[in-house]
Design a protein around this ligand. Structure first.
Ligand code: NAD
Length: 485
């Protein structure tokens, strides 16, 4: 790893080249596995933000990229996928130590990034406009045109994947992108910029600006930017929307979640428990998709809790680069403290510990997989997005109560239902106010993500990423009507 870090760019990528940053300050990155310093990154300041926006605007307004046949932009995206593939281990190792991910998970995320560039490489030439029947004398048709200059803001929990989900459809559609990674995890986004340049993304069409809230606010406000796609917390999403409103920017928001899994008594308990562990404790629970509320039919509560705790006990914490490790640390000491405080508050409000809940001694920002029982709707563990390895158990007595509990949330990202009665499963799936529902499990990410739309109802966001639906954000629709007389 020490050999990889010095070879990395640790300064902003502005319109096609890495530049020594002026005035944005420096972020000292910490390895969450050890708590020790990792490296330093120069953050973008007002000068780099201004240059990136100016270059993107000029590139989009004067450049060829938006007007190329989509298949030609697709060829560049294929080369980006190949460039990531060629550096798969490097990307995964950096992500592992910068974002606190076990190497096995980091490698899966790199594969996900490759898949997303490959998908959009072949997507844009299959998205057509419409012809609208208006009679013999008129011809009416629609054109899909690139939206323009887009800003993209991503959080620290899936740094490369989050950047790829946004960048691939934007570039495929012909937009110019200014991407802001989270200040704690900018390294893989900067390496991705290098790959994009080598693959042939023309100058001006991509900037990557490591930076914090000040950079994000400038991007949200700037009238030269046509759209902003934000992933992060609901509170910041709301601020981004407000800042973007002055210039009537198009806004896409992928925000928080407090997702429920509904386990009925006839479910396959082992499978439901294994999925609860993968979903609730994967990425140490730092996932908007984590299904941290386990709603269980009362008669099945005991056997499910036993199976869940037994499956969680098999998680293995160890070294970042050990392929057998499958539970990493939290991103920072302060975040771990916040998780621990919420667990304490949940217990004060009446929750019991089934497992975990005690902060370990030693280096690194580890927190054990924690299961709380007796969690009612008034408990903070039921309503608050904890963003750590903490799941709660809540019993229900009827299908109607299960649905009411599941929907008792400001969020609406995803949910799952576990039962063998297919009629009930589909009734519940339809009744859940979430953007995504899994019935009896979630197949491996390789079968679902990329191809299907991802996003939430209610305060989980606006718009969809992935699938062909993501292209709706990055395209304008123009209607052309021709008088044939
Ligand atoms: P955050 O909202 O604090 O930060 C997200 C990004 O916004 C970072 O890049 C940050 O630097 C930037 N930012 C912070 N303040 C800003 C401001 N005022 N204006 C513009 N940009 C600003 O979120 P976080 O703590 O980094 O990430 C965790 C959150 O992200 C959780 O709520 C999680 O659910 C959410 N998330 C959602 C999805 C999804 O797809 N729905 C995916 C991953 C994470």
């Amino acid at each position: 790893m020490n050999a990889v870090l010095p070879s990395l760019h640790r300064e902003p990528f502005v319109g096609g080249r890495f530049v020594p940053a002026m005035g944005g300050g420096v972020e000292a990155l910490v390895d969450p596995w050890t708590g020790r310093p990792l490296t330093e990154v120069a953050l973008a300041g007002p000068v780099e933000v201004e240059a990136a926006i100016r270059m993107a605007r000029h590139a989009f307004d004067a450049g060829d990229w938006p007007h190329l046949p989509p298949v030609d932009r697709g060829a560049v995206l294929h080369r980006i996928a190949a460039g990531i593939t060629a550096r798969q281990d490097k990307f995964a190792q950096i992500e592992a130590v910068n974002a606190g991910k076990p190497i096995s998970g980091a490698l899966r995320e790199v594969e996900g990034a490759i898949r997303v560039f490959t998908y959009y490489a072949g997507a844009m030439d299959k998205v057509f406009g419409d012809t609208i029947p208006l009679g013999r004398d008129l011809l009416d048709f629609t054109l899909r045109e690139p939206l323009g200059v887009v800003a993209q803001i991503v959080p620290w929990n899936f740094p490369l994947l989050g950047a790829s989900w946004k960048l691939a459809p934007a570039l495929a559609a012909g937009c110019a992108a200014v991407l802001k990674p989270a200040p704690l995890t900018p390294l893989t986004a900067l390496l991705l910029a290098e790959v994009c340049r080598e693959a042939g993304v023309p100058d001006g069409f991509l900037s990557v600006l490591p930076g914090g809230a000040d950079v994000g606010r400038r991007l949200a406000e700037d009238p030269r930017i046509d759209g902003i796609s934000f992933t992060g917390s609901t509170a910041v999403g709301s601020e981004v929307m407000r800042l973007a409103s002055a210039s009537i920017k198009r806004v896409a928001l992928e925000l928080g979640g407090k997702n429920a899994a509904l386990v009925f008594a006839d479910a396959d308990m082992e499978k439901a428990a294994a999925s609860a562990v993968a979903s609730g404790f994967g990425n140490a629970g730092q996932s908007c998709s984590a299904r941290s509320r386990l709603l269980v039919e009362r008669g099945a509560l005991e056997p499910f809790a036993r199976a869940f705790a037994a499956a969680a006990a098999k998680l293995k914490t160890g070294k970042a680069l050990d392929p057998a490790t499958n539970l990493g640390p939290l991103i920072s000491a302060s975040h771990r403290d916040a998780v621990d405080r919420t667990v304490a508050q949940a217990r004060e409000a009446g929750a019991d510990l089934v497992s975990g809940g005690v902060m370990p001694e030693g280096d690194g920002f580890f927190y054990p997989p924690t299961i709380l029982s007796g969690v009612g709707p008034d408990n903070p563990a039921f309503s608050r997005e904890i963003f750590g390895p903490v799941c709660s158990l809540t019993p229900f007595d009827s299908e109607a109560e299960a649905i009411a509990l599941a929907n008792d949330s400001d969020y609406g990202l995803n949910g799952s239902v576990w039962c063998r009665d297919i009629g009930r499963a589909l009734r519940v799936a339809r009744a859940m106010r979430t953007g995504m529902v899994a019935v009896n499990g979630l197949p491996s990410a390789s079968k679902t993500s990329v191809f299907a739309p991802f996003g939430g109802y209610k305060r989980s966001g606006i718009g969809r990423e992935l699938g062909l639906q993501a292209l709706d954000f990055y395209c304008e629709i123009k209607n052309v009507v021709v008088d044939l007389t």
